[in-house]
Design a protein around this ligand. Sequence first.
Ligand SMILES: Cc1cc2nc3c(=O)[nH]c(=O)nc-3n(C[C@H](O)[C@H](O)[C@H](O)COP(=O)(O)O)c2cc1C
Length: 420
Amino acid sequence: MVSLRERMSVQEFDNQSEKQEFLRAMCNGEVEVPFENGGMGIGITEEDLVNAVGDAGGFGVYTGAMPAGRKIFKMDPEMQNAKNLEQMNHNEINRVAADFLKRYETRIRGINFMEILPSYAATRDAALESGAFDISLVGAGMDEKLPARMAEANAELKKKEPERELYYWPIVSSALAARAYYHRFAKRGKQPDTLRPPDGYYVELPKNPLGYTAGGHLGFPKNKPINPDDFNPEAILAGIRKFDETSPVVLAGGIAYRDQIKALLDMGYSGFSMGTRFLLTQESGMPDETLKSKYLNPNIGVVLDQNSPTGYYSSRLDVPYTERTTNTIRHAIKCCVDCVGDICEYRKNVSVSENTNYCIYRELIKALLGEEYGLFFSGGQIVVMRNDDVYQNEEGLYIPYVEETVGHTFTNDSPAALAS
Ligand SMILES: Cc1cc2nc3c(=O)[nH]c(=O)nc-3n(C[C@H](O)[C@H](O)[C@H](O)COP(=O)(O)O)c2cc1C
């Protein structure tokens, strides 16, 4: 009998034709989507994690959200600016793409983008041109021009490599958002040469029916209450199936156990993606010591707040980020790389003393560098997961490798399921 893990894994391909055949079948809904890691920026789902997920039989997704973030942060303040960031992002994409292709040419790979970032379009185009990423996942904002850009990118690619294809899956939290992408294609009379419909959908539930938040930014504007009833996974899937009967739909947000995977497959989802589960691994960009002292710390809860300068809610560990003082603000502004552009509520509010926004680029990188104060995005289910035996060994707290994490996830039910 085929195990759940085998069912949700992909084999190694011997050549490009085999890989392309699999991608086509997957995006036509003929085969299920291998287990996937959610893209985590800045700097969490980099080469090590993507390759380890691939080694374990999954679909690895690299983060295209400021790929040069870690590097530019370490430069002199004068060098930390938007122009250098754009060039460095471009170089970083080319570097990792060459490495991916050299090491694992026939592996399927994705890349995750945040549309609100001013660097998005340039980074995305570098990734499309690199040939190292089969599926672009675009969230945190909607890109109206993406259906046209993807049709154009495929037309360019076909001239050089007729066999290959570039796919895209919008990251959405509602059937309405998924439909908006599809309708750009359908409304213009379905012209696949100039407009490409989505090849799949990544549904991220801001809060799942158990009440757990997804990690990071939630696709839901601030100043509105978040009600799990608005994010019923069955209803979202049914809504998507009304206009797109076949493309794969992957579910994310609060998934970390076997029973949760089985339930979403029973609902009709084509696959699943996990963020926080993969964050808690040796191969993620987050230092092991930070994972132990913060993420596995039973005294630290999760907070859903409105302090992100992007205009979205975000789910993070309830620990302090850098205090807003005259000096810290001055330094952040001096080193501003325009990461989220004109919408930045930190930059707009530097002189408002009661404002609570943080400089997101600095705080995310500080977390990544193991500093005490920073921004530690996390899914809400961390408070349950941190008790799993995979995070313990005879010496105490333990950070598992991706392979151990995947093995654990596919063979263990959630404590809630075991109790019922
Ligand atoms: C530390 C962290 C960083 C994240 N960064 C991004 C990101 O840059 N872009 C994005 O689309 N999603 C991001 N996410 C969301 C994940 O890709 C994934 O969809 C989400 O974590 C799923 O929920 P889970 O953590 O409950 O598994 C991030 C999540 C975490 C935990």
